[in-house]
Design a protein around this ligand. Structure first.
Ligand SMILES: [Zn+2]
Length: 339
């Protein structure tokens, strides 16, 4: 029952309006639908959660609208991805809202990137010539399920500070979310006999396979990790540099992007290089979000025989992606080519 309520709630987030209507509860506004989905799972019926992005648009290039400002006006908590993903539109919304409780530095402002291990922090100063490189590192971190887990804990902690009477409940909800995530990541059977936190520790140390084979459980890996296992070590091409965390977690290598530089559309000269590279290295998958044009991917696929995988990387970006776990289910099934 609880799951159904949550699913309905998150579906509502994906299309914009409210979630978990707690009349006098907390009001949470998130920049992205992924954060809204995790916040809904953690807040339960103690908060109304709304997202600015619906999941169907490119979050780098949103236009600040009056309705976003209205949404932020009476928010108790603003949660952002950070790392400059929202740089073009976040401050106009916060300034316009005149809500000092949710400005950066305030208790009502949570930057979810603070709890993750950031990848691709540029070693040299970023210049315009490098394209839209994010100077603080790659912001697409929600695509590593480990980070989804960490975000839930960070949200539970902050909600607990804002509403101390419900702190234990938020913590418990985050634990339930983590448990469900762990079952999806490793398979329910393995998580029955092994603590999820321990499994993650082994994954992060790079020792999970050895640990499980020593325990006689090498064949017990299921879930997303089990499904992605045959693709370990494979090289892929992505449109934008938005899949680094996902690739890193599941052992894929992003060998090239269709964009010559982040945020710069594919050029014929660059695509010619990508085609050469894909042929030389036998790259079989081109991965991109639905909001990018397919033209470049079609061209590369045509010349190389690579398979194009179009899948959303945000909750609400496709009908099936009703919450964070369903989003990851969808991505894994598309990439592995299993229905
Ligand atoms: Zn980006």
């Amino acid at each position: 029952m609880k799951t159904i309520a949550r699913v309905v709630a998150v579906m509502a987030t994906a299309i914009g309006p409210l979630v978990n209507a707690g009349a006098d509860g907390l009001k949470i506004v998130t920049t992205t639908s992924d954060l809204a989905a995790i916040a809904s799972a953690v807040a339960g019926d103690k908060a109304e959660v709304r997202s600015i992005c619906t999941g169907r648009e490119d979050p780098h290039f949103l236009q600040a609208k009056p309705s976003y400002i209205m949404r932020a006006r009476d928010a108790d908590l603003w949660i952002r991805i950070g790392l400059e993903l929202e740089i073009g539109w976040e401050m106009p919304v916060l300034d316009g809202s005149r809500n000092r409780h949710i400005r950066p530095g305030a208790k009502g402002h949570l930057d979810a990137s603070e709890c993750v291990n950031v990848l691709e922090i540029p070693a040299i100063p970023v210049t315009r010539a490098m394209g839209d490189v994010h100077p603080s590192g790659n912001p697409h971190y929600w695509l590593d399920p480990f980070n989804g887990r960490c975000i839930a804990v960070a949200i539970a902690e902050r909600l607990g500070q804002l509403a101390p009477a419900d702190a234990a409940l938020f913590k418990a909800n985050a634990a339930v979310f983590q448990q469900s995530l762990d079952e999806r990541m490793f398979g329910a059977e393995l998580v029955k006999s092994e603590d999820g936190g321990r499994l993650w520790l082994k994954v992060r140390e790079g020792t999970l396979e050895k640990y499980l084979s020593d325990a006689g459980k090498a064949d017990k890996i299921g879930g997303w990790l089990g499904a992605m296992r045959p693709l370990r070590g494979k090289k892929i091409i992505t449109y934008h540099r938005s899949w680094s965390y996902f690739a890193d977690r599941f052992g894929l290598t992003v060998a090239a992007e269709l964009e010559p530089k982040p945020g710069i559309p594919p050029s014929p000269a660059h695509l010619a290089e990508v085609i050469e590279l894909a042929k030389a290295q036998g790259i079989g998958i081109i991965l991109q979000e639905p909001f990018y044009s397919r033209k470049a991917a079609d061209l590369v696929a045509d010349k190389t025989g690579a398979r194009i995988v179009v899948v959303t990387n945000s909750v609400g970006g496709e009908a099936e992606a009703i919450d964070y776990l369903a989003l990851m289910d969808l991505i894994v099934s598309r990439i592995t080519g299993t229905p």
